[in-house]
Design a protein around this ligand. Sequence first.
Ligand code: AMP
Ligand code: GLY
Length: 425
Amino acid sequence: MKVLVLGSGGREHALAWKIAQSPQCDKLLIAPGNAGTAQVGTNLALAVNDFAAIAETIRQQQIDMLVVGPEDPLVNGIYDYLRQEAGLQDLLIIGPDAAGAQLEGSKDFAKHFMQQNNIPTAAARTFVSGQEEEAYRYIATQTPPIVVKADGLAAGKGVIIAQSQEEAKEAVHSMLVDEKFAAAGKKLLIEQFLEGIELSVFVLTDGLDYKILPEAKDYKRIGEQDTGPNTGGMGAVSPVPFATSDFMQKVETRIVKPTLAGLRQAGSHYAGFIFIGLMNVQGDPYVIEYNVRMGDPETQVVMPRLQTDLLALLTATATGKLKDVDLQVAPQTATTVVAVAGGYPGQYEKGHVIQGLEQASEALVFHAGTKADGDRILTNGGRVLAATGLGSDIEAALAQSYRTLAQISWPGIYYRQDIGRDLLS
Ligand code: AMP
Ligand code: GLY
C-alpha cells in the first residue's frame, strides 16, 4: 500500500514510524513532515490545508490511504472535499467528515452532543457576541474557578480557567468584544470547573465498531509541578495507573458507546481516531473535550505500545472491518519527554543545530519542530523533539527518556524533569 500522512509534528513522526514497520507498506509519504519523518518515509512540501494540491498528489502518486494527523484539515472538510474529487472514491481516509469533526471544531456543538446523548460533562452555557451583559450576569451567579472557552479552534489557547468572577468577565470581554480569537471566540462557553485528574483516552472507530487504544496522561504546562502557561504538551505516560479496568469500563459504557451511537444517529461518516480528554472526578469520568485525531505528545507513547500492525488496523478502520481485528498492546510502560526551544511557549529561536542525535539511541527520538539542512538537523519550532522510553515500569522508561535527552543539545534546550513523577507514589 501507498500511504500519505498529513502533518509535521511528533504525532506524525510516531504514526509514520509505526506505519513504516508494516509489511504492507510499500511507500510512505509525509506532508509536510519534519527531519524525523524523512528518516522513515519521503517528505513532500504540501500544506495540510491545500486540499487541491493534496488531491493532485494523491492521484499522481496513486496513494491508497490518507492519514490526517492534525484537526485543522478535518474541521475544514478535507474528507468531504476528497470524496467528491474525480478518481478518489476508493481512497481510504483516516479521519471524519466535516460533520463528525465538529466534535472538535465547535465546543458548543460538542456540548449539545454530549447533553443529547447523556454523556457526562461539565454544565455549561453558551453566549455569542452581543450577549456580553447576559454572560456577565451569568458569571455573577457562578463560584470560581470559572471556565471560559472559545467555541472554535484556538490551537489549545482558547480555554481560560478564571480564578475570580472579574477574571472570567475579562475573558468574556476579550473574546466577545476584543475578538481575541477572531471568529473562534465570537461564541463561547462558560463552564463548570471539574476538579480531578485528566486522562487522554483514544478510540479508533470504523463507524460501527471500535477499539480502545492505550490511554495516556499528558503534561500540558511548561513548568515543573504543572506551573506556568499551557503548551502543546511537555510529556506523556502510558499506561496510567489510575485508569484501572473498573474506571475504563465506566469510560466505555458511559462515554465511548454513547459517543459512537450519537455520531451514527447524527449521520456523520466517522472512520478514524476519537481522542476523549476526560477528567476523573472521584472515580467518575467526565468529558472535557473531544478531539477528532490523536494527541500530541500522547501518540509518542501510544504507538510504541501498539503491537498490532498499524497499517492493518487503519485499513480495517477505513473499510469497516475493525471487529475482525485483535488489538495487541505491550504491557510495558512508555514515557515521552518533550524538549523545547528556550522561551517556548512564548517567543523562541529557530535554526539552532541539534547536537548528539547520533549517540542518542537508547530511547526512541520523535521529531516535531526539526528541519534537515544538508547532514545537519536544525531546530524549527517550539516543541523540537521527544524521547520515548519503554520499560517495565514508569521509572525504567523515564530513565531511558532522560538518559537520551542528556545526550542531545542545542542552545536554549529545555525539558521538564518531573514528567511521570506524580504517578510514582
Ligand atoms: P481543552 O482545550 O478543552 O482541552 O481545555 C484545555 C485544558 O483546560 C484542559 O486540558 C483542562 O486542563 C482545562 N479544562 C478545560 N475544561 C475544564 C473544566 N470544565 N474543568 C477543569 N479544567 C478544565
Ligand atoms: N495532548 C493534547 C492534544 O494533542 O491536544
